[in-house]
Design a protein around this ligand. Structure first.
Ligand SMILES: Cc1ncc(COP(=O)(O)O)c(C=O)c1O
Length: 383
């Protein structure tokens, strides 16, 4: 029986699969899989949401005028440098679509945010993936991967899921090597959690590089994942065109009011972010003490590089009542959640008897004269 003809790319596109047990009435696991804030919205935000709820018989302001002005004011830039979208992922999608001329390529590091390849495929842009180094982005190799066909380079900073952060000087040197006709998007979804010396937001670089756009979100540090608000900052000529490519009315009035309220509560939110950063240090120290090899992640999550053991470990965590994000064959990412949920994760790690504590596995493999079998080697993938 013939079926309606849709784009063939949709035949094989992987559907986004949230970690089992997190959503719906049957939710039964500790939610450490989606890098959300563990804290409920602050009181002023809850009131703004309730107030805006009374207006939803009207369409929202399609230009997000007040929110745009407030974000611009917070960053000390003109409002024509700011675009607001329904989550930073919607703005990322707009970016991919905006560059999607026939033959266009996008360069990004791999492993990185799992939606980049999906957005590239959807936009029919060819993905050029540059393997990460142990220390993070290989910006020199990424610059070399840029060709006349490259329309967009995405730098996830800090990188999801591995947590490494690119330094500002390194980023500036990289931007100097990218042709001004090629957009560079720095995805700073987790920038508020960065404490590594030398790593800072790329926002300060925007005036010097008109091909740079910086993406931010209200989903993580601002605790509004459920409302879907993100924004980007860039040159007015770029922002003006990207705004046209965004769907009108995509950011609800509830989301706009809540984000405005959250911006006004920056001090309280900073305290929450500091608490998450402190928890990150505590969890990492506990894992290191248990001989796990955990990079000094700069987001609200930590990365366990488990190679071939990742799936087993992820399933085992689920059995322990903890949802983590599993990247089969590569590793597992755990969100820094509430202290109680983090404790449950650390205790589960202490009980795990399979391959995992990498320091242990490496030592065992070295003494047996064999390679550490559960460590994968990332290869260049050019689609
Ligand atoms: C690196 C990165 N960018 C963007 C996003 C999307 O965030 P938003 O909720 O604003 O769409 C995420 C969400 O997890 C992310 O990890």
């Amino acid at each position: 029986m013939p079926i309606p003809r849709l784009r063939p790319v949709l035949d094989d596109l992987p559907a986004y699969r949230p970690t089992d047990g997190v959503y719906g009435a049957a939710a039964r696991v500790l939610p450490l899989s989606a890098n959300e804030s563990p804290d409920a919205p602050l009181p002023g935000v809850v009131e703004a949401i309730a107030d805006a709820g009374a207006t939803v018989h009207r369409y929202p302001d399609p230009g997000c005028t007040e929110l745009t002005a407030a974000i611009a004011c917070a960053y000390g830039v003109a409002p024509d440098r700011v675009a607001v979208g329904a989550g930073s992922v919607a703005l990322l999608q707009t970016l991919f679509q905006a560059v999607a001329e026939p033959g266009a390529e996008v360069v990004y590091a791999w492993r990185s945010f799992e939606l980049y390849p999906v957005l590239a495929d959807l936009a029919a842009v060819r993905s050029v993936r540059v393997p990460l180094l142990a220390a993070g982005h290989d910006l020199a190799a990424m610059a070399r991967a840029v060709t006349a066909a490259t329309r967009l380079v995405v730098v996830c900073n800090p990188n999801n899921p591995t947590g490494t952060a690119v330094g500002t000087d390194e980023l500036r040197a990289f931007l100097d090597r990218i042709p001004p006709t090629c957009l560079v998007a720095v995805d700073e979804a987790y920038v508020e959690y960065v404490r590594a010396p030398g790593a800072a937001s790329a926002l300060a670089l925007c005036p010097a590089y008109p091909n740079l756009v910086v993406l931010r979100t209200f989903s993580k540090a601002y605790g509004l994942a459920g409302l879907r608000v993100g924004h980007l900052v860039g040159a007015p000529t770029v922002v003006e065109r990207l705004r046209k490519a965004c769907l009108a009315y995509a950011v609800s009035a509830v989301a706009q009011r809540a984000a405005l309220a959250a911006l006004g509560l920056a001090e309280q939110l900073r305290e929450r972010v500091d608490a998450t950063v402190a928890e990150r240090g505590r969890v990492r120290a506990a894992l290191l003490a248990g001989d796990w090899d955990v990079p000094d992640g700069q987001g609200n999550f930590l990365w366990l590089e488990l190679g071939g053991a990742a799936e087993r470990f992820g399933r085992w965590c689920a059995g322990e009542g903890i949802a983590v994000r599993t990247f089969p064959g590569e590793g597992v990412r755990t969100t820094i959640g509430s202290a109680a949920d983090n404790d449950a994760f650390v205790e589960a790690c202490a009980r795990w008897r399979g391959p995992g504590p990498a320091a242990t596995a490496m030592r065992a493999a070295a003494s047996a004269g064999a390679p550490a079998s559960d460590t994968t080697v990332t290869t260049t993938v050019v689609k």
